[in-house]
Design a protein around this ligand. Structure first.
Ligand SMILES: Cc1ncc(COP(=O)(O)O)c(C=O)c1O
Length: 175
């Protein structure tokens, strides 16, 4: 997985959680404006493929913690489409800026992301923790996390009724 060296620490945790090991998170150098250096990113990918590794995902920043830098998301989309990679955008801070016409163009490309993280408890001032991730591929998302023993069977009536069980879409159950 690839991200700039300005990326939030949660991405390292995610790589560890996936069992990939944090040595497989490639932290790519940034340019003077703290956005990911696209040439360095592509070079890292070429070197990794040559070494027998298989790139799977690029994480783009839509507002870093340190400086608010927004990576060139459009260029990252193009790279991911070309290389067949999952494109995740960390928009925990910055994604709501799409609501501002003056900033929206700087987020171009985010609409093609496979997944986007956004925290509504930041700029939207909603209660902690309204942290969300939007995933484009609903069935792949469900299949990844759904595990249904008999005591969690989805019922058609009663308090266990309904299709959307958040435990089917992440690691947490009731927490
Ligand atoms: C840019 C950025 N990414 C990710 C996170 C982590 O998101 P969460 O707290 O929703 O796990 C934060 C802060 O919380 C953040 O500021």
């Amino acid at each position: 997985m690839y991200a700039s060296n300005e990326v939030h620490s949660c991405i390292q945790k995610a790589v560890e959680l996936l069992g990939l090991g944090n040595q497989h998170l490639r932290k790519i150098a940034v340019r003077g404006d703290y956005t990911v250096d696209l040439q360095a990113l592509e070079a890292a990918m070429v070197a990794d493929r040559a070494a027998g590794c298989r790139p799977i995902c690029v994480v783009g920043n839509a507002g870093t913690v340190n400086t608010g830098a927004i990576d060139d998301l459009q260029a990252l989309v193009n790279l991911c489409v070309r290389e067949g990679l999952w494109f995740h955008v960390d928009g925990a801070i910055g994604v709501v800026a799409v609501l501002a016409p003056s900033v929206k163009p700087r987020l171009a490309g985010i609409e093609k992301a496979d997944s986007v993280a956004l925290d509504l408890h930041k700029w939207m001032h909603l209660p902690f923790e309204v942290g969300c991730v939007l995933v484009r591929h609903a069935e792949a998302h469900r299949q990844t996390f759904s595990l249904t023993p008999e005591y969690l069977e989805h019922e058609s009536r009663g308090i266990a009724a309904g299709h959307t069980w958040f435990s089917d879409y992440g690691l947490q159950l009731s927490r």
